[in-house]
Design a protein around this ligand. Structure first.
Ligand code: DGN
Length: 256
């Protein structure tokens, strides 16, 4: 089994990292659409088009399962991808909602994501599909993606951006879904400022969804664990910052 994973840039590496923990021996193809990041301010039509282009490309590598490691693409293109392609397609939203519902005590959950994700209301709908009594507060935090892509993960600038976005969440919710795969890279800083918040990173639960699919299809196999990376721009930046996020060297990387 070969696994395809894509994101608009570096953020999906947070999902790849969790997938690697469970499947160190699977062959993985990761696509970071660094030339067209951010997706979060683009229209649904464009996000669907980009997602299909990337999926078509990954299919030429003979992937058997696709992980959409991007909340924006999950929110706006997952249904379309599932309808068009005949391999299993896994998104990140259901996984994040499951984790959040399992830890909230006050039944008040915050969701942060890109403008497109928040405007789609996909998180809110999924939370209410599972439990109508949950109060959901949502907020788009578009600047987070840019600071993460810049590798700016701590210090005064990021601290004041976090306070700017999350200042009014603090006393309203006990659980906050990091509904953008870039945001877990800011987890340490967010937790430092808001130590009492349960921060939910959908990545781990997404990897467990993948495990379920591979187990159901009896498809896990030892393919040597090679990860091949593709980016649409900025190979060096992706290599440098990405290796930091992934905690392992990004070696085999190609510009597409
Ligand atoms: N990492 C993507 C997400 O999870 O929504 C979005 C980043 C972006 O393209 N704005």
């Amino acid at each position: 089994m070969s696994i395809g994973i894509f994101d608009s840039g570096l953020g999906g590496l947070t999902v790849l990292k969790e997938v690697r923990k469970i499947f160190p021996n699977e062959e993985i193809f990761y696509f970071g659409d660094t030339a067209r990041v951010p997706y979060g301010e683009k229209t649904k039509e464009l996000i669907i088009r980009y997602s299909k282009e990337i999926t078509d490309f990954l299919l030429t590598k003979n992937i058997n399962v696709l992980v959409v490691a991007c909340n924006t693409a999950t929110a706006l293109a997952l249904e379309e991808l599932k309808a068009v392609y005949d391999i299993p397609v896994i998104g990140v939203i259901e996984a994040g909602v499951r984790s959040a519902l399992s830890v909230t005590k006050t039944n008040e959950i915050g969701v942060i994501g890109t403008k497109a994700t928040i405007n789609s209301e996909k998180y809110k709908q999924e939370i209410h599909r599972r439990n109508k009594d949950i109060v959901v507060y949502q907020k788009a935090c578009p600047l987070f993606v840019h600071v993460v892509e810049e590798g700016l993960l701590d210090g005064e600038i990021i601290e004041s951006i976090i306070k700017h976005y999350l200042g009014d969440f603090d006393d309203k919710v006990d659980t906050l879904i990091l509904g953008c795969t870039h945001y877990p890279l800011l987890k340490k800083e967010i937790q430092k400022i808001y130590p009492d918040l349960n921060l939910i990173d959908p990545a781990m639960e997404t990897a467990l969804d993948l495990k379920k699919v591979l187990t159901e299809n009896n498809a896990a196999e030892n393919k040597g664990g090679h990860v091949k990376f593709y980016v649409s721009d900025g190979v060096q930046n992706f290599r440098n910052i990405g290796s930091m996020f992934l905690d392992e060297e990004i070696e085999d990387i190609e510009l597409i």
